[in-house]
Every structure is written in structure tokens, then in C-alpha cells.
Design a protein around this ligand. Structure first.
Ligand code: BTN
Length: 250
């Protein structure tokens, strides 16, 4: 059940990894490792994060013993960078498919949901040196057995063990997640990855509100482009290209 260095050594094989029982954020460690020359495929794993972060400056809670907190290091070509989010979401979706979880979808751009509740979030961050891309840290958080009862997330989040109604071994989950990441990483920057990600999006054709940093845009989620840009048609017929934001369903 536990994620410990001994268990990880079993499942990691030849992969380079760093494990921390407690860390601020696996992303910070991965970004520093990229600056120091980390190889592709290296991962940072923690049992607990004390300053885990999510998209748009939000906090991401990782209490000990109940979640997966992983940052995978990639060296994508710059044109493929926008698809790193898709890669993370598709690896989680593939993991849930393998576990035969029903009603899995992706909420744009990167939440993986089960029956409309968030089970996982993905956070891509890049390291640039001038105009040279040194690498990307793909952060993935999965709620494995987080108890959301009585918390503000009770109606919007779910744990994987609840979804499968069984106890899960986090080290084995991690091994499977990395297998799916490796498989999908081969498609980074291709239409195949974009098409598969698009096919798992749960909101195309629906009325949505997109909260961006500056505005709330109401309309129909019409399409997504290969780099993940959302095309939103408002009531006046104007098409908005939305690069980042949070989706709500009115
Ligand atoms: C989101 O949904 O807003 C993204 C959440 C990403 C959380 C993961 S947990 C591992 C990695 N380390 C972090 O500090 N964040 C990501």
C-alpha cells in the first residue's frame, strides 16, 4: 500500500527517480533537476507535499499516504509543448481505462473526472534558457484514497479507490501510470494525441462558462485545436479562442 523507496525501487527498473517522503512540491524538484541536466523519463515522486500547487496559482493538497504526486521530466520539441497537458491527461485516462473505471472524461484543459468528479489534475511547467527549451516538468496528482467527506470538495472531487470500490497499491498505480506516459509520450506533437484527447473531452457541444484571468465567457464549447486552444461560440455568434481558464457548467 505504501509508497516507500523500497517499493519504488521494485517498480522503477532502470528509470532515474527521486523519492521524498515529504517535499514542498515535486514540481520544484523536477524544475531544478531539469536545470541540472535531468534525463527524459526521470521522475520525482513524493508521499506528501506541503506546498503542492495546481493550475492558476491554486493549492493542491497531498496529505501523506492517500495520493499520488508525481512530476515526470520530458524534453519535448518546443512545438509540442502545448500538448504536454494532453499527454498527462491521456496517461491518467489510460490508467483509469485499464482499471475499467466507467464514465471517465477530461474537463478542459486537464482535469480527469469520474462521473463528473475530479480524480486527477495535471500541471505542465517548462524551463527555458533564453529561447532554448531545457525541458518540461509534467506534474500529475491523483486522489487515491483522499477522504473528501465534509470538505468543500465533497461534491466535486473523488478518489480512485471510491471509483473502483477496491483498495489499490500506489506503487503499482505509479508503475502503470508511467507505462502509459511512456507510451503516449511517443505521440507528443502529433495529431494522434490531440485527436485522442479531444475524443475524451466531456464538454464539446455543451453550454459552458469559461473563467479566464480577466473575464467570464459564456457560450458553446464548439471545438478544440491541436494545441488545446478552446473555440467558444458566444450568443452573438462570435468565436473566442481561449488559451487558458476554468470551465463551469451553467
Ligand atoms: C490542477 O488540477 O490544478 C493541477 C494539479 C497538479 C498537482 C500535481 S501533484 C504533483 C505535482 N506537484 C505539484 O506541486 N503539483 C503537481
Amino acid at each position: 500500500m505504501t509508497v516507500s523507496n523500497d517499493r519504488l525501487r521494485d517498480v522503477m527498473g532502470a528509470r532515474e527517480y527521486r523519492f521524498f517522503p515529504t517535499i514542498g512540491s515535486t514540481q520544484d524538484e523536477a524544475l531544478a533537476w531539469i536545470r541540472a541536466g535531468a534525463p527524459s523519463g526521470a521522475v520525482v515522486v513524493a508521499d506528501e507535499q506541503t506546498r503542492g500547487r495546481g493550475r492558476q496559482g491554486r493549492v493542491w493538497q497531498t496529505p501523506p499516504g492517500v495520493a499520488l504526486a508525481v512530476s515526470a521530466i520530458l524534453h519535448p520539441p518546443p512545438h509540442a509543448l502545448p500538448q504536454v497537458t494532453m499527454l498527462g491527461a491521456m496517461a491518467v485516462v489510460a490508467l483509469l481505462d485499464e482499471l475499467e473505471v466507467a464514465e471517465v472524461d477530461i474537463k478542459w484543459p486537464n482535469d480527469v473526472r469520474v462521473r463528473g468528479r475530479k480524480v486527477s489534475g495535471v500541471l505542465p511547467e517548462a524551463v527555458w534558457e533564453g529561447d532554448h527549451l531545457r525541458g518540461a516538468a509534467l506534474g500529475i496528482g491523483i486522489n487515491v484514497r483522499v477522504n473528501f467527506a465534509g470538505t468543500p470538495l465533497a461534491d466535486t472531487a473523488v478518489s480512485l479507490e471510491t471509483a473502483v470500490n477496491a483498495a489499490l497499491d500506489r506503487a503499482e498505480l505509479l508503475a502503470a501510470l508511467l507505462r502509459h506516459l511512456d507510451r503516449w509520450a511517443a505521440y507528443l506533437g502529433t495529431d494522434t494525441l490531440a485527436a485522442e484527447w479531444r475524443s475524451r473531452l466531456g464538454m464539446l457541444g455543451q453550454s459552458v462558462v469559461i473563467h479566464t484571468e480577466t473575464a467570464a465567457l459564456h457560450g458553446t464549447a464548439e471545438a478544440v485545436e491541436a494545441d488545446g486552444t478552446l473555440l467558444l461560440r458566444d450568443a452573438s455568434g462570435t468565436l473566442h479562442r481561449v488559451l487558458a481558464g476554468d470551465v463551469a457548467f451553467p
